[in-house]
Design a protein around this ligand. Structure first.
Ligand SMILES: *Cc1c(COP(=O)(O)O)cnc(C)c1O
Length: 392
């Protein structure tokens, strides 16, 4: 495959599966469950099928391959796999990397589904997890022991946009013979490429920025051939593969990834500054702001800071609830990373199942609103935020 230099060119062109027969300029949707195979008499199945040989869509499909090659190129990895959700990508990857008796060291402020997987489901398979705070590099490194096979990071985190010191954690993990995986959903390959920092496995919920239109559930993992090949076999038996129509939507979304992220970065920064100066806002969490406690670390690792912002508003829980109710343009919904701006309160959505004590320990305030800033015009976004904050 041709190697392109720029992320926009990669977003548009990498991985495209050109159909020589028809001359279609876009990757066709191979909406089929099965393929003519074996192609020649006297030949039998080779499992898993080699690249370019197709048997059955749960194993491989050309539309999926095109999405995978584009994501691998964007992350600068050897290979990628796509899944029917971010959680399918995470669970399949972890079950491929780990076996009974192994231990994970994970940051504690991870996505809720991943936390449940590690706390309640993996222990049933004999895989245990030790948790440490994202910002406490020493306690993450200190938790790595003889049984630790994997250090699991998420950065920036949800919803407080905390940053993990990836290079130092990678160095310590590798010295102890452990691999490092990161959920890079919030950063995207436009703002950060963890593989360049020595991370071994990069995970994405493609539901968010990679697809970018809040109309698809999908996930991906990117890594070396050595680690991806067994994950591919695991995906075949666990069955969490993406479907061809989903892969087409993902490819369509990915074509504008670089363009969209530049706008999310620009809007995110401008709105964070606007909120920081707003009399109704107590605190803004955004890694691009100088006031963010890890701003320098974030700036050394990331090329842009994205569209996710946490804001604590005046008037406690009730102030936040009435602000949320008053949004007109910004939609009140969970999820993130799409072209439409969305807002939610972690207290009653993503972090509702936690006790008040646990929320306090994690720093999630009752008056915290999580904003996913879209690609709308700044004047409209500011106007909506201002009118809603005044009612809060
Ligand atoms: C949404 C999300 C996930 C889970 O992805 P799904 O596509 O919903 O399965 C995992 N990690 C992060 C950081 C997310 O935001």
């Amino acid at each position: 495959m041709t190697q392109f230099k720029g992320k926009s060119t990669i977003s548009v062109h990498s991985g495209d599966h050109l159909d020589q027969k028809s001359g279609s300029v876009q990757t066709p949707i191979y909406q089929t469950s099965t393929f003519f195979y074996p192609p020649e008499e006297g030949k039998s199945w080779e499992l898993p099928p080699p690249i370019g040989a197709y048997i059955y869509t749960r194993y491989a499909n050309p539309t999926l391959d095109a999405a995978q090659d584009k994501i691998a190129a964007l992350e600068g990895g050897e290979k990628a796999l796509v899944f029917g959700s971010g959680m399918a990508a995470i669970s399949t990857s972890l079950m491929s990397l780990l076996k009974a008796g192994d231990e994970i060291v994970s940051v504690e402020d991870i996505y809720g589904g991943t936390f449940s997987l590690m706390k309640y489901h993996l222990p049933l398979l004999g895989i245990d997890t030790k948790f440490a705070p994202t910002t406490d590099t020493n306690s993450i490194i200190g938790a790595i022991g003889d049984r630790t096979k994997l250090v699991y990071l998420e950065s920036p985190t949800n919803p407080l946009l905390r940053i993990a010191d990836i290079p130092n954690i990678v160095k310590a993990a590798h010295e102890e013979g452990a691999l490092v995986a990161i959920d890079s959903t919030f950063a995207t390959p436009i703002n950060m490429n963890p593989l360049e920092m020595g991370v071994d496995v990069v995970l994405h919920s493609c539901t968010k920025y990679l697809n970018g239109h809040s109309d698809l559930i999908a996930g991906a993992v990117v890594s070396s051939s050595e680690l991806i090949d067994p994950m591919y076999k695991k995906r075949i038996v666990l069955g969490g593969v993406l479907d061809p129509m989903g892969a087409f939507l993902l490819i369509r979304g990915l074509k504008t990834l670089a363009l969209r992220m530049h706008r999310h970065n620009e809007n995110g920064m401008a709105i964070a500054q606007f909120l920081e100066d707003h009399p109704k806002v107590e605190k803004v969490h955004y890694p691009g702001l100088k006031s963010h406690p890890q701003h320098e670390l974030a700036a050394s690792l990331m090329r842009g800071f994205g569209g996710m912002i946490g804001m604590e508003v005046k008037g406690k829980r009730r102030g936040a609830e009435s602000t949320l109710r008053s949004f007109k343009l910004i939609k009140k919904a969970t999820s993130l990373g799409g072209v439409d701006s969305l807002a939610s309160m972690p207290l009653n959505s993503s972090h509702a199942s936690l006790s008040a004590e646990d929320r306090k320990r994690l720093g999630i305030a009752d008056n915290l609103i999580r904003l996913s800033i879209g690609i709308e015009d700044l004047e409209d976004l500011k106007e909506d935020l201002d009118q809603a904050l005044k009612k809060g």
